[in-house]
Design a protein around this ligand. Structure first.
Ligand code: GRF
Length: 222
């Protein structure tokens, strides 16, 4: 199995980046993070990368559709190609991805969203779910499309919403599941097992679920 080279985009604390780095180091996924890119110079996620000797770059993005945004889009592709990236992982990255990125990495950009898409898209998915009064919330890893939070869904994990939950307590419970499903989605990409048919993602060579898949999708029989 050849290793996938990952380019990870971050904007904040980088706990999903850390989960991916740890999964690579632990041999749980056949991948290596070769570059980390952030729109925020002070993103702690950049410190996480540097502490693991992973090249980390701040790329200012400016306003959507501005000349700076276009320059950043081109710079993103240049950095990814300089680091031989095969798969792009948006991990807490809060900006749009530009057209040059989609052209360079067709069906090779993943994103994680802290809600069960298509419910609660946008930047406050956990809080919106808690405020709505849902009884089940969760997270989604999907292929990124130009429009936020709309691409074909690869894997989801569900968590209960407990009495007294607010956005923060629910976000913490969801985050623990994010750190499981993102490495799983990356491993399925490394195994070449994902096929996109319209909006649907087919997991090929589906076999009796692994323990991890069973944990993530408790409804599976093992
Ligand atoms: C996560 O819930 C992620 O889904 C959302 O931002 C939160 C923080 O992510 N986009 P991280 O700790 O920076 O990975």
């Amino acid at each position: 199995m050849s290793q996938l080279n990952l380019g990870v985009f971050v904007s904040g604390g980088g706990t999903n980046l850390q989960a991916i780095i740890d999964a690579c180091a632990g041999g749980r996924i056949d991948a290596t993070v070769t570059v980390v890119i952030s729109d925020k110079a002070d993103a702690y996620a950049l410190e996480r990368a540097r502490s693991h000797d992973i090249p980390a770059y701040h790329v200012p993005v400016g306003k959507n559709d501005s000349p700076e945004f276009t320059a950043a889009d081109r710079r993103h592709v240049e950095l990814l190609q300089n680091h031989d990236v095969d798969l792009v992982c948006l991990a807490g990255y809060m900006r749009l991805i530009g057209p040059n990125m989609f052209a360079a990495y067709p069906e090779a950009i993943l994103n994680i969203h802290p809600a069960l898409l298509p419910s609660f898209p946008g930047t406050h998915g956990q809080e919106d779910a808690a405020d709505y009064g849902v009884k089940v919330a969760g997270c989604t890893v999907h292929f990124a499309w130009p429009e936020f939070d709309t691409g074909p869904i690869i894997i989801q994990a569900a968590v209960p919403v407990l009495p007294g939950d607010d956005g923060a307590s629910l976000a913490a419970r969801i985050l623990a599941q994010e750190h499981k499903i993102y490495p799983q989605a990356i491993q399925w990409c490394a195994e070449g097992r994902l096929r996109i048919e319209g909006r649907r993602v087919i997991l090929e060579d589906a076999r009796p679920p692994t323990i991890m898949e069973a944990i993530i999708s408790p409804g599976l029989e093992i």
